[in-house]
Design a protein around this ligand. Structure first.
Ligand SMILES: NC(=O)c1ccc[n+]([C@@H]2O[C@H](COP(=O)([O-])OP(=O)(O)OC[C@H]3O[C@@H](n4cnc5c(N)ncnc54)[C@H](O)[C@@H]3O)[C@@H](O)[C@H]2O)c1
Length: 330
């Protein structure tokens, strides 16, 4: 078992830079490669990290790398993940995993065959307020969860890259870039699998060919119901995210980045968010799982489940009726 995990950061954009900052502070990790097709982006980050620069994924997957962090536009996630699995590198793959469900299935198969860890970048699972809520729900603090309402709203023109509004590069719109976190939050908080989706999507963003708004009703195998409202419209603040879970014996409210409030018949608690180190905590789990030779806390199957829900939402919106999620390939 190695004592240091050597990491390649693949994609030196918005997410890749946040990952690099996190991995650089972990004592058990060394960033050996930074890869980006755009030299003007990749080379300065490589220099900053004391790593070599690679212009392409194949060049990045050298003998000096044990694990990769893949943070590329959605269209490019699958090919990079398949190449990394083939080269027997452990993989932290950004959401949504792939631009289509078949891609996610191919990645799962390749990682199983190669015997490498696959973790999907659901970084919200490492937020303290979400972790507290999840622990309380799992401990029965609100009884049986019956309904979950997830509301994400962000400014139309945030600091996100322009490709997220192009179907050919992103595979979908706001749902695949941002809303997929909400789908994972719902499934993870409830500890229940999605069954069906009934949804509408709206496109009001000039120049985009994908949606910026989604309204969806989701059902879970546990009998719970989920409501998702995802908007990217005219707000002054960058982002606000609220999730509420209503159970038979209480409710939980999460204002992301602000606080978590639990009002149960037996348990009442409140947690203010003092510090957000979610990328660092996610990196720590990815590396620790490799060092301990165990699966990571967030798996490829988790990524596939959220992507299947997203695809069901798109299908429902296109067909105008409720649809069942596509089951995982055997
Ligand atoms: N977990 C989070 O909170 C979070 C936040 C933002 C983005 N993301 C995810 O991270 C991924 C990247 O998004 P982003 O916002 O950083 O995009 P970005 O456009 O800012 O960065 C992508 C980088 O990849 C490079 N690139 C493109 N194709 C490449 C290739 N084939 N090989 C090497 N480099 C290539 C681009 O030059 C660019 O620098 C997406 O999957 C996105 O959904 C996750």
């Amino acid at each position: 078992m190695p004592s240091t995990v050597r990491v390649a950061i693949i994609g030196a954009g918005l997410a890749g830079r946040q990952h690099a900052e996190a991995y650089a502070t972990l004592p058990s990790t060394r960033i050996t490669v930074v890869c980006d097709v755009d030299r003007a982006r990749g080379e300065p980050l490589a220099t900053q990290m004391g790593a070599r620069y690679a212009a392409g994924v194949d060049e990045a997957l050298g003998a000096d790398v044990d694990a990769v962090v893949i943070a590329l536009p959605h269209r490019d996630l699958e090919e990079a993940a398949l190449a990394a699995a083939q080269a027997r590198k452990h993989i932290l793959l950004e959401k949504p995993m792939a631009a289509a469900l078949a891609g996610a299935d191919a990645i799962l198969r390749a990682c199983r065959q190669a015997g490498v860890n696959l973790m999907v970048g659901f970084v919200h699972r490492f937020r303290v307020e979400l972790r507290a809520a999840r622990a309380l729900i799992a401990a029965g603090a609100i009884g049986r969860p019956v309904m979950i309402v997830d509301r994400s709203r962000s400014a139309m023109r945030g600091d996100h890259p322009g490709w997220i509004w192009r179907r050919d590069v992103a595979g979908g719109g706001n749902l695949l870039y941002t809303g997929i976190h909400g789908l994972d939050r719902m499934r993870w908080l409830l500890g229940a699998e999605f069954e069906t989706a009934y949804a509408r999507t709206h496109q009001t963003f000039p120049g985009a060919d994908v949606e910026n708004m989604v309204a969806a009703c989701l059902t879970f195998a546990s009998g719970a119901t989920g409501i998702m409202a995802l908007t990217r419209v005219h707000f002054p603040e960058q982002h606000a995210w609220d999730t509420e879970v209503y159970g038979t014996d209480g409710s939980i409210r999460i204002r992301t980045g602000v606080e978590m409030v639990c009002a149960g018949t037996r348990i009442a608690s409140r947690q203010r968010v003092e510090q957000d180190d979610r990328f660092l905590a996610e990196a720590g789990e990815f590396v620790q799982a490799i060092l301990e030779d165990r699966p990571p806390a967030v798996t490829g199957e988790d990524g596939r489940a959220a992507l299947a829900a997203a695809m069901a939402i798109y299908r429902s919106a296109a067909e105008g009726k409720p649809v069942r999620l596509e089951p995982a390939a055997p």
